[in-house]
Write a protein that binds this ligand. Structure first.
Ligand SMILES: *Cc1c(COP(=O)(O)O)cnc(C)c1O
Length: 430
């Protein structure tokens, strides 16, 4: 499979090059040249397939020129070593819990898959590759964990000092080995700016091979389609039309679900649920795409004003707005509504949701008011413990720490403080 840049519809590269480049040289996102079709027999017999087999069949067409079958199977075995349970909420609604990985957010799957692909591509290389990434919270932890101990890969993570949660900071700064955390006195935008500058800095070329692990990388994007296939496997028997509500920020996760649909998965509809950062809900109302500065909310992993993956969703429907509207609805919700939904879920179903999952629940409820004959799934993208303060104060509950989190709470934080680009440059040249 080749991938091309959505900027110029050109610049064709292999999967391997797309993963290493991250973004095309012309600044565009990579998109697969064809959308492979999973045969009807795959869906007819999906109940009999293991998650690993489903994952292999869905992803192999995208990577087969660069990753042999046996290696892909080994990689998937490492990536998918935890569960993706569906938890019933009411008669026609379940939540799909994606947070049982090492950093307790759904980004673990994409980050681990990318780490394993890069590890494979650089297995015999004498040069090291340096993964440089800026994080506002969850991405850094997932990337750090995914790449921990991967030979040939150094990871440098920039995070804004004092602007990530205590648990998120621990997930970034206590691993050691090939992971370094740079604590930036500044905002997430400052971190992002420094990273972008490093990618175009000619004084680094030849000395360090840089690659990015941010969410537009095809190796992070594609494996997210597996969540939807796993859920389909369990819900097919219900006989109802399925709808998925996905709490969305950069729109990578939902875009992967919509790709699974284009590959043949029977789904009635997708709901992109957002917080007040409503660029996409507004677009779905007006057909005018107007990015805006992001606003801080309690579902902070979705505080995105210009969702980077939305262009891929438009491409899936060849930028035909009316076609897209048949498959996608988008709603936005305030923090107040989100907290009400958390209380509701707790009171009615005894379910403790994190703020992101609660936004997903709200979108699903709203859609199902008009489409009651559907079966709805909302994705629970992070464990509530990652948002301890807001969850415990909203629900008056005490959450116990899962083992993944408990084990980092006593570890020493290690970070390197920087405040300007030159310090990053010198660090990379070391
Ligand atoms: C990253 C993230 C999201 C948003 O996912 P996108 O693919 O960027 O839309 C939602 N919830 C949580 C908890 C996240 O970490």
């Amino acid at each position: 499979m080749n991938f091309y840049s959505l900027h110029t519809n050109d610049a064709k590269v292999s999967f391997k090059e797309a993963v290493i480049n991250g973004i095309a040289p012309d600044g565009g996102l990579y998109f697969p040249e064809q959308i492979p079709q999973l045969p009807a027999s795959f869906f007819d017999n999906i109940e009999g397939l293991s998650n690993l087999e489903i994952a292999f069949r869905a992803l192999f067409p995208f990577v087969k020129e660069d990753i042999p079958e046996t290696i892909l199977r080994e990689i998937l075995e490492e990536v998918l070593d935890f569960d993706f349970p569906l938890v019933p909420i009411s008669e026609h609604v379940s939540t799909l819990e994606l947070f049982n990985g090492p950093t307790m957010a759904f980004k673990d799957v994409g980050a681990r898959f990318m780490a394993n692909c890069l590890g494979y591509f650089f297995r015999d290389s004498e040069n090291k590759v340096t993964v440089l990434v800026a994080t506002s919270g969850d991405t850094g932890g997932a990337v750090a964990n995914g790449f921990l101990g991967v030979a040939g890969v150094e990871v440098v993570i920039l995070y804004p000092s004092g602007k990530v949660s205590d648990i998120q900071e621990r997930q970034l700064t206590t691993l050691g080995q090939n992971i370094t955390a740079l604590e930036v006195s500044g905002t997430f935008d400052d971190c992002q700016r420094m990273v972008k500058r490093a990618f175009v800095d000619t004084s680094l070329k030849g000395s360090v091979q840089l690659t990015s692990a941010n969410s537009i990388n095809v190796a992070r994007w594609l494996p997210q389609m597996l969540y939807f296939l796993f859920a389909y496997k369990h819900l097919k028997a219900s006989g109802k039309e399925l709808v998925f509500s996905v709490p969305s920020g950069n729109f990578g996760n939902i875009c992967a679900g919509m790709l699974a649909q284009r590959m043949g998965m029977p789904v009635r509809h997708f709901i992109a649920s957002t917080n007040v950062n409503d660029t996409v809900p507004a677009y779905m109302q007006t057909a005018i795409y107007e990015p805006k500065p992001s606003v801080a909310t309690i579902s902070n992993a979705m505080d995105v004003g210009d969702p980077s993956n939305f262009i891929r969703i438009r491409k899936l429907y060849n930028d035909d707005f009316s076609e897209l509207s048949k498959h996608l609805t988008s709603y936005s919700f305030t923090d107040k509504e989100t907290k009400e939904a958390m209380k509701n879920l707790y009171a009615k179903a005894g379910y403790v949701a994190d703020p992101h999952g609660a936004v997903g629940y709200l979108g699903l409820q709203k859609y199902r008011e008009k489409h009651p004959n559907t079966y709805g799934v909302f994705l629970e993208t992070a464990h509530p413990v990652k948002f301890l303060d807001v969850v415990s104060s909203t629900l008056n509950v005490t959450l116990s720490l899962p083992p993944q989190i408990a084990k980092i709470m006593h570890k020493e934080k290690e970070s390197v403080s920087i405040s300007e680009y030159e310090e990053l440059r010198l660090f990379l040249l070391k």
